[in-house]
Design a protein around this ligand. Structure first.
Ligand code: FAD
Ligand code: SF4
Ligand code: SF4
Length: 652
């Protein structure tokens, strides 16, 4: 056995805290280690060449690379040893950066730990055997979850490449939050004028199937071959028959909150959420319907000229196969009410969120674009905007920046002046974050050309006075307390993950952060991939984002999906489970627990029925290993022998 150990310095990332020379010396003192060296950057081209040279010149048969996280470079180094002619799996990586140099300051302790980890790697690689991949066919069909601008863009890009796409949207129409916006910064172009044609294109695209009022129920399978149960929720309207005439909505006596208008004004128990909805089909909300609450009404059924109303409709589950999944479930606004009692906690009707104000400004909004304050319908003259409500505020546990608040406040201040020329906007801000192209100029325009008065500081209190609101805050630039008599207060509330995001993440087996925004596989190198192969991210579901970034990310996800599915087959990892069939008792506990259906029963020549692993289905999760009562299943690359050897080496 001829083992080589390569200790990466990672510039000073490792070398400043770990004495790499000592790790090399320790390696050279180990049995079977014929070669050890430290390399400044092992992942660089010269670094990889040094590894290849040593393997070839010294005839190394196994390699340990002590460097960074395998998540970062395991594939890089597998390819490196493969290029040197070794089986790619005869390489073991140990992480002396994240596990040693980055978390310890004491050089001796960090070095001792790095030596331990290196020795553990040598013990493990000694018992490694060559492994070989197999291939599985891929399903050339894509699921996009969430029909906001991110989902629409991803679906269109993928469909244009010739792949069939199913776009699943939980609401009754696609469009997401962008459909609610009036104008968009920094160009002030009409949001629905840009979005509606894309929504219609998605609905008419021959490769896109729209499933609205639908949600993902369960996901099974793996990259290239997912089986997804989709819940098609009952809307009590036959989508095939509904003509979108809206007569039901007009005649329905059941009042309901207007979700599309962010709660400004009221809607009906049966409605089409907005005139440009796609599909233009009514949906009934049972929780507000008189027939379902009181047992009497049926007006909509009587008036519907298309006979589209069906109160008996029930949820149904459809199971579909997909090769890849794009998650684009977007965001919701942080519910500020409980956290900000000093702003009235939702008690003052004239304190609204920016999304509500967006609807008040919009020509398709509840007042046809005439800005009227909710309490008395009066046109507001003094409008106060407060930034960072539920963002950048540690005191309410929301330190994250919403990344668009500064920009949409500037936009709304400009639009306020356009709608009400004799109005005055005041903007309370912490600092102005205007990082995109043309953004800084835009916020300056709001001040210079549209007269918005910017006050640097936080608002301490809002209280009612003589039918108006008094906003008390501090102007930290002049160090003065300010009190503004406001007709309307607009809160730039922070972003929160879409409702149920954590639950969806668990169904998809992807990671999420403390705010339930989905985590990318690597923030710089794999920004649209998740830790689960074949599942990609697009838009604000990954974190707060503006529309340009959302669309760019959606197209990036689409490109990844197209690349993935352009191959007819996918190589599977050879690190799969294997059953010692001579010792298998045929209890099939392994088959019961395997989440991928990768265990089958086979009959041996002696007539015994035993378990067999279908390599192409096994994802190497290891669940069967634990469940097997006689412990006769092992995972290739993680055998009991290897794990025990590693442990013994550490305990020595
Ligand atoms: C007040 C305000 C003004 C703004 N103005 C601008 C602007 O002028 N310019 C700009 O660039 N950006 C602006 N933005 C930001 C913009 O809204 C976002 O960048 C954009 O909407 C993100 O799109 P998305 O598709 O990722 O998410 P969303 O628009 O949130 O869409 C997500 C979709 O997924 C659906 N969904 C959620 N969960 C599920 C599930 N489990 N299953 C199925 N479907 C699901 C939702 O119903 C929704 O339709 C503004 C934001 C706010 C709050
Ligand atoms: S009345 Fe019937 S056809 Fe018209 S929108 Fe309502 S459900 Fe659709
Ligand atoms: S049954 Fe009556 S309350 Fe219910 S949606 Fe139809 S019209 Fe509205």
């Amino acid at each position: 056995m001829r083992i080589g150990v390569f200790v990466c310095e990672c510039g000073t990332n490792i070398a400043a805290t770990v004495s790499t020379g000592k790790v090399v010396d320790a390696a050279l003192s180990m049995r079977d280690v014929l070669h050890a060296e430290s390399i400044q950057y092992t992942c660089s081209d010269p670094g990889q060449r040094a590894v290849i040279d040593a393997i070839q010149k010294k005839g190394l048969t196994r390699v340990v690379i002590a460097s960074c996280s395998p998540r970062m470079h395991e594939n890089t180094f597998r390819r490196t040893v493969g290029r040197a002619g070794l089986n790619a799996y005869m390489m073991e990586m140990v992480n002396i950066r994240e596990h040693c140099s980055w978390i310890h300051s004491d050089i001796d302790e960090a070095t001792d730990k790095a030596i331990d980890l290196m020795q553990k790697g040598v013990a493990r690689v000694r018992r490694q055997v060559p492994l070989h991949s197999t291939t599985v066919p891929v399903t050339k069909r894509v699921l996009v979850v969430g029909g906001g601008v991110a989902g629409i863009q991803a679906a269109l890009d993928i469909a244009d490449a010739g792949l069939p796409v199913t776009l699943v949207e939980r609401g009754p129409s696609i469009g997401g939050n962008m459909a609610r916006l009036d104008k968009t910064f920094p160009t002030l172009d009409c949001s629905s004028c840009i979005l509606t044609p894309r929504m219609v294109e998605a609905a008419q695209h021959e490769n896109i199937e729209l499933m609205v009022s639908s949600e993902v129920e369960q996901v099974r399978g793996y990259i290239g071959n997912f089986d997804v149960d989709i819940r098609r929720k009952a809307t009590c309207v036959d989508a095939e028959k509904c003509t979108g005439c809206m007569i039901c909505q007009e005649k329905c006596p059941g009042k309901a909150p207007d979700e599309f208008n962010a709660g400004v004004g009221q809607s009906k128990a049966i409605s089409i959420p907005f005139p440009q909805a796609v599909p233009l089909v009514a949906a009934l909300r049972k929780e507000h319907c008189r027939l379902f609450i009181k047992g009497k009404c049926s007006v909509c059924k009587k008036v519907c000229p298309a006979d589209a109303i069906d109160y008996e409709q029930e949820d149904r589950i459809e199971t579909e196969k997909f090769g890849a999944i794009v998650v684009a479930t977007g965001y919701e606004l942080f519910d500020w009410r409980e956290s900000y009692p000093d702003y009235g906690g939702g008690q003052y009707p004239d304190v609204v969120t920016a999304l509500q104000y967006e609807r008040m400004l919009s020509a398709s909004g509840p007042n046809g674009g005439h800005v009227q304050r909710p309490s008395d319908g009066k046109e507001p003259k003094n409008v106060v905007f407060i930034s960072c409500v539920g963002s950048r505020d540690e005191s309410v546990g929301r330190p994250l920046c919403c990344s668009v608040g500064c920009m949409y406040i500037a936009k709304q201040a400009i639009l306020t002046k356009e709608h009400i020329p004799d109005s005055q906007s005041y903007v309370f801000y912490i600092d102005i974050r205007a990082g995109g192209k043309g953004y800084e100029e835009f916020t300056r325009r709001a001040q210079r050309d549209f007269g918005a008065i910017y006050l640097r500081g936080r608002v301490g209190k809002i209280y009612p006075s003589n039918g108006n609101l008094v906003v008390m805050g501090t102007d930290t630039l002049s160090a003065e307390q300010v009190e503004i008599d406001a007709d309307l207060v607009v809160l730039a509330t922070g972003f929160a993950a879409a409702e149920g995001a954590g639950e969806l993440a668990r169904k998809l087996n992807i990671s999420y952060d403390q705010y339930e925004f989905f985590s990318e596989s690597h923030p710089k190198l794999r920004p649209v991939e998740t830790t689960t192969g074949g599942v990609f991210l697009a838009g604000a579901c990954q974190g707060p984002k503006d529309i340009p970034d959302t669309v760019a990310q959606a197209s990036a996800s689409a490109a990844k999906v197209i690349g993935l599915l352009s191959r007819g087959e996918l190589e599977t990892s050879p690190m799969v489970a294997a059953v010692n069939q001579m010792r298998c008792t045929g209890c099939f506990k392994c088959r019961d627990v395997c989440p991928y259906g990768a265990i089958e029963a086979v009959e041996l020549r002696d007539g015994r029925e035993v378990a067999n692993v279908i390599d192409s289905l096994c994802q190497g999760c290891g669940v069967c290993n634990v469940a097997c009562p006689p412990a006769v299943i092992s995972l290739k690359g993680y055998t009991d022998g290897q794990l025990i050897a590693e442990t013994m080496e550490l305990l020595r």
